[in-house]
Design a protein around this ligand. Structure first.
Ligand code: SF4
Length: 410
């Protein structure tokens, strides 16, 4: 995979050694068991895969290149480039301004932008009308377009199944930048588009797909989540499922299987190839790997899990969700959230509430802590969390620990 030039301050010598060790030990990425960092009184189970993905490194490289190539020019991002506060803060401190927030609320009027300015597209992409509007104003976005190629791959799939007149069902969060971008493309590609957030909502959609509820009920129940002119009597004849790349991979598959089952019920097995488009390959590799590695963490005897990433990061929230199935889990943005040995400030993604837990570390030694981070979290931030937690124990030196790295399975 391509190596990107990203600022050194996002890297971590310790984490780089951990990643290098696993790369040598498991070059084919077949082993999802975590790496053990044994500091003595505190042991970390570090996920097999975590941290910056291809799309995020690509975006960071482009953004820093834009800064370097355009001294004295005004630089804007349509919205947060990725969902990580540290990275967005770094860009902002270097003069990059954000035109919209993550939900599309205007922060700076488009009227103030001129063709002399640089406008960058975030890694999630941007809705088609927005890009068009900028182009009409003489602002070219193609030079510094940080859209992830894996998001573009989903758009290609949407185009393909739109051409065969399949209605597009997007498994995603309808306000998320990526889903808004994908929706705008799917709207152009296909006659009809609808967004479902999860399996529960898919089941509610299934009732309409089978013609058991009315158009007006659909419009009320799925308000803001379907394309203009969606007609449930004709737009559920042929369907395909694509996803926001950071959703739970297993859930996307469950939704696709569920919808396929409904189409079999409606049209019979022999006609399923016509009525259901197979879109299996729209899942992003990083989301898959990070989630699979999290299942590996669930096999351990850890006491708690700490998941690091931006609070608006969809992929990080899913890692926290998976960990919380077995362990007390704390979703934090950085080491700064660990106030002291007793108290941690963290985020509950389902309720969107900031919580304070005290105590959060069990009174025992060794305490075993799961560590992972989202695809937009710099390794340096994860290292900061290790250093912060280590302050509470009499630990072995990092050098000594790194010398004795091992994987749980070895
Ligand atoms: S998580 Fe996947 S789709 Fe999203 S930026 Fe990373 S590689 Fe791209």
């Amino acid at each position: 995979m391509k190596a990107f030039t990203i600022p050194e301050f996002y890297r971590s010598p310790v984490i780089s050694k951990v990643k290098q060790f696993r790369k040598i030990q498991d070059p084919r990425k077949k082993d999802n068991s975590p790496t053990v960092l044994d500091f003595g009184p505190v042991i970390y189970y570090v996920a097999r895969h975590f941290g910056f993905c291809y799309g995020v490194e690509n975006a960071i490289e482009i953004a820093f290149r834009a800064l370097e190539e355009n001294p004295g020019k005004r630089l804007f991002l349509l919205s947060e480039m990725i969902h990580n506060p540290e990275v967005n803060k770094d860009l902002s401190e270097r003069g990059v301004q954000f035109l919209q927030d993550t939900e599309g609320k205007q922060l700076i009027s488009f009227d103030t932008i001129t063709p002399a300015d640089i406008v960058m597209i975030p890694a999630f992409g941007a809705p088609v009308p927005l890009v068009k509007m900028l182009e009409e104003r003489g602002i070219h976005t193609e030079n510094y377009n940080t859209t992830c190629p894996f998001v573009e791959r989903v758009w290609k799939k949407s185009e393909q199944i739109g051409k065969t007149k399949h209605t597009i069902i997007i498994h995603g969060k309808n306000k998320h930048e990526e889903t808004r971008s994908t929706f705008s493309r799917s709207e152009l590609d296909s006659e009809a588009v609808v967004v479902v957030r999860d399996m529960e909502e898919s089941k509610r959609l299934g009732v309409y797909l089978l013609g058991k509820k009315s158009q007006s009920e659909f419009e009320q129940e799925f308000q803001g989540k379907f394309s203009k002119g969606f007609d449930i009597t004709k737009h559920f004849e042929k369907v395909g499922v694509i996803n926001q790349t950071t959703m739970l991979a297993t859930e996307t598959q469950e939704i696709a299987d569920y919808v396929k089952g409904l189409m079999v019920e409606k049209y019979g097995k022999e006609k399923i190839a016509v009525h259901f488009a197979d879109t299996r390959d729209t899942l992003c590799y990083a989301t898959n790997e990070n989630q699979e590695a999290t299942y590996g963490l669930l096999e351990t005897d850890a006491d708690l899990a700490i998941v690091v990433g931006g609070y608006n990061s969809s992929n990080t929230s899913h890692l926290a969700e998976l960990c919380s199935r077995k362990f007390p889990t704390y979703f934090i943005e950085s080491a700064g959230e660990i106030a002291d040995k007793n108290t941690i400030h963290h985020f509950d993604y389902p309720t969107k509430k900031h919580l304070i837990t005290s105590p959060f570390l069990p009174v025992k030694e060794p305490v075993k802590i799961i560590l992972t981070s989202g695809a937009s979290c710099p390794d340096a931030v994860l290292e900061g969390v290790i250093r912060r937690l280590n302050e509470f124990y009499s630990v072995r030196s990092t050098e000594e620990v790194v010398k004795h790295l091992q994987a749980v399975s070895s």
